[in-house]
Design a protein around this ligand. Structure first.
Ligand SMILES: [Zn+2]
Length: 326
């Protein structure tokens, strides 16, 4: 099968389309033909080997976000069934897994980071990593749920978001931001967002600031996955008793924090990563009754992966997707 393989010394120049042996489903696994795979910051970091997590195997097939169709009957899965791959490898037995936090499994990691990922025609994954989804959800949108939507939804849960809360989302046009503003709206929150992309106004029912310097007011929840560059500024918009939730370091990971402004106003800084399978199922449940849209700028064949990454860096008008297989 065809696969995008990156090898030492890593970097986009060392990412090549190669013919590799197709995987075979072992006991308890299901073979999935990958029909869409998303591009996310984590995948860029894997290719550049600038990753906070354990990266294996090397040479490596990246691609943390993927959906596909079941290739052959296996367990309760039927050939042709459309499935989402839950993107965390986990053992189900460690303390984290037993407390319902399989996304932080002590012996696991991210699909496409701690294991080969979805930038290939076929993957074999454990039953517990495969989730069927309704035919009413397009393959394109489905491909954004396991990382983009799940990260956003889990972050909202981490700060115990409630209907009466106000929220300010930084980077609203990003892979997670686009879901955060829609999910927050569906949950009944008062939504504000910062984004320099005018098209984002079609996705937000609330206030849009087109520049960071124009942001005003304070909010119960500030969601900021942009990292160091906007951290300090975003803290100023956290209301007394409110929370800032973060899950990304796009602009760097070291920043200053005024500890006084944290404790005197009882503000919280909360980290979030990934999400549970239950939460992914909840998102699919929400989508039965509510429309959640994901803008797609381009869907490209696997052979055009380099161009896909070029487009991804520009982040023009929506998601960049790879179509490894029909
Ligand atoms: Zn575990």
């Amino acid at each position: 099968m065809k696969a995008a393989v990156v090898r030492e010394p890593f970097g986009v120049d060392h990412l090549k389309i190669e013919e590799v042996e197709a995987p075979v489903a072992r006991e308890g696994e299901v073979l999935v033909r990958v029909t869409r795979a998303g591009l996310n910051p984590v995948d860029v970091n894997v290719i550049r080997k600038k990753i906070l997590y354990n990266l294996k195997p090397v040479p490596h097939i990246p691609g943390s976000e993927a959906v596909g169709t079941v290739e052959e009957d296996s367990g309760s899965f039927k050939k042709g069934q459309r499935v989402i791959i839950y993107p965390r490898i986990f053992d189900g037995t460690c303390e984290m897994c037993l407390s319902g936090r399989e996304y932080m499994c002590q012996n696991g990691g991210i699909f496409g980071v701690a294991s080969n990922g979805g930038y290939c025609e076929m993957v074999s994954v454990p039953y517990r990593n495969v989730m069927p989804y309704s035919g009413e959800i397009s393959e394109d949108t489905a491909s954004g749920l396991s990382v983009g939507a799940l990260t956003a939804y889990h972050a909202l849960k981490r700060v115990r978001a409630e209907a009466h809360n106000s929220i300010l989302v930084y980077g609203a046009s990003g892979n997670t931001g686009i879901f955060a503003i829609q999910l927050a709206g569906i949950m009944g929150m008062e939504v504000s967002a910062v984004s320099g992309k005018p098209w984002i106004s079609d996705y937000i029912n609330g206030t849009l600031f087109d520049e960071y310097s124009k942001v005003s007011g304070t909010y119960d929840i500030v969601m900021n996955s942009l990292g160091a560059e906007h951290f300090k500024g975003s803290m100023e918009h956290v209301a007394p008793g409110g929370s800032l939730v973060t899950f990304g370091v796009l602009t760097g990971s070291a920043t200053e924090l005024d500890i006084g402004s944290v404790y005197t106003r009882e503000r919280s800084v909360i980290g979030a990563t990934g999400g549970t399978r239950k939460e992914l199922q909840e998102i699919l449940g929400i989508m039965k009754n509510h429309e959640i849209r994901m803008p797609v700028e381009k869907t490209l064949p696997l052979e055009m992966i380099h161009y896909a990454f070029e487009l991804f860096q520009k982040r023009n008008s929506g998601r960049i997707l790879i179509k490894p297989s029909q």
